[in-house]
Design a binder for this molecule. Structure first.
Ligand code: NAD
Length: 378
């Protein structure tokens, strides 16, 4: 525990760490609120068997930076529940409701969806404590996973980045690791605009076809609870094989640290656009940078979901949210990549500099720099 605090406690945060346990139903969860100088933290609730305090910390910081980089009036936080996300829905509802109820008074955290949670889960949270985003349409929300808000942003980040590696989208070969909410919508937008999906993976395996995979057929399979490897065309491989697939654009949209120092040499691509949060270790990103592979950092490229959530929180409609995602992601990607080109900066350093500048400016306006205890603040 001490190590985590020593490693991650710095002048931005974390502000609060709350461990929630309810043995009677097997609930074990963690909330980390990193920094709320810009406003109440928005961050996803993740359910996975292998989540950890460290992962939660890193994701909370990523949200501080992402919300600031996106210019949103929100700070960063994250919450996790240990468990299999495919558990029976009544049990899942019980765990989520109990977790939310335990955090009812933590007004500076607004729940959003993440891996293992969806619009329905956010509806349970809203019903329980009245504070969540990413709600189902019937409950007044913009269902950001269903409409593909993050994939829309990944698509725009990719479009802006391509000229920086002398590529165009037309005919560009794309590989996507993780064919869930982020991955499948990124694939859809990129292929609608002329790219070719040559490889895709989910937790059960990967599939490859140099001639191009049928994105709609893969989406349909996933909708029916099947895997991309159930597709009847293409070469079926194990899920790690997605790392070796040669392409122009490689999009991680699954788990953290999937590319690290041990496997980064296997990646054969020109551009990586990080749909997942922290999918590549910083050391591996540096190796890619030295090899001339451009990586658009996670909190710049995948901010579409949180921009949509913040727009929902302000009662905006879906069309306005999508316009805002397009405008913000294009501007921020361009700003980061200009610093990379003109100052020779490592892309993550350029992105962190942009975001930290915005967080610190907000902190300078507050009496208590990383939070506000003012009544009626949320
Ligand atoms: P999801 O649960 O909808 O999809 C995840 C996909 O990844 C599934 O298809 C799953 O089978 C696959 N997967 C899991 N482990 C894998 C592995 N080892 N190899 C290959 N595939 C694997 O989740 P999502 O909402 O699409 O989120 C994916 C990532 O994007 C996460 O890192 C999440 O934090 C990040 N993210 C999501 C959003 C959002 O709006 N949903 C926004 C920003 C960032």
């Amino acid at each position: 525990m001490t190590d985590v605090f020593e490693l991650l406690g710095d002048d931005l945060g974390p502000l609060k760490v709350i461990h929630v346990r309810e043995p009677s139903i097997g609930l074990k969860g963690i909330l980390v609120i990193d920094n709320v100088a810009r406003g109440p933290a928005i961050g996803g609730l993740r359910i996975a068997p292998d989540v950890s305090l460290m992962e939660c910390f890193r994701l909370a910081r990523a949200m501080t930076l992402k919300n600031a980089a996106a210019g949103l009036p929100h700070g960063g936080g994250k919450s996790v529940i240990y468990g299999d996300p495919r558990m029976p829905p009544p049990h899942k509802a019980k765990l989520i409701r109990c977790f939310a109820a335990a955090l009812r008074d933590v007004q500076d955290y607004i729940f959003g969806p993440d891996m293992g949670t969806d619009e329905e889960c956010m509806a349970w949270v809203r019903d329980e404590i009245g504070r969540s985003v990413g709600l189902p349409r019937d409950f007044g929300g913009i269902p950001l996973d269903e409409v593909g808000a993050t994939g829309w942003g990944v698509f725009h980040a990719t479009q802006v980045a391509l000229p920086h590696v002398d590529l165009s989208l037309q005919g560009a070969k794309v590989v996507i690791q993780g064919f869930g909410a982020v991955g499948k919508h990124s694939a859809r937008h990129l292929c609608d605009a002329g790219a070719i999906l040559v490889g895709a993976a989910d937790s059960r395996g990967s599939i490859y076809d140099d001639a191009g995979l049928d994105v709609s057929a893969l989406i349909e399979l996933k909708k029916r609870g099947r895997s991309v490897v159930d597709h009847n065309v293409g070469e079926k491989l194990n899920r790690e094989a997605v790392v070796d697939m040669e392409c122009d654009i490689w999009i991680p949209a699954a788990r953290p640290d999937v590319i690290n120092e041990a496997n980064v040499s296997r990646l054969k691509t020109r551009l990586v656009v990080e749909g997942a949060n922290i999918p590549i270790t910083t050391a591996a990103e540096r190796i890619l940078h030295e090899r001339g592979v451009l990586c658009v950092p996670d909190f710049i490229a995948n901010a579409g979901g949180v921009i949509c959530a913040a727009m929902e929180y302000q009662n905006a409609n879906q069309a306005a949210a999508f316009d805002t995602i397009e405008e913000k992601i294009r501007t921020n990607t361009q700003e980061v990549l200009e610093s990379v080109d003109q100052e020779g900066l490592f892309p993550r350093d350029a992105a962190i500099r942009l975001a930290e500048r915005r967080v610190k400016t907000a902190m300078s306006y507050r009496q208590w720099s990383s939070f506000s205890a003012a009544p009626g603040y949320v």
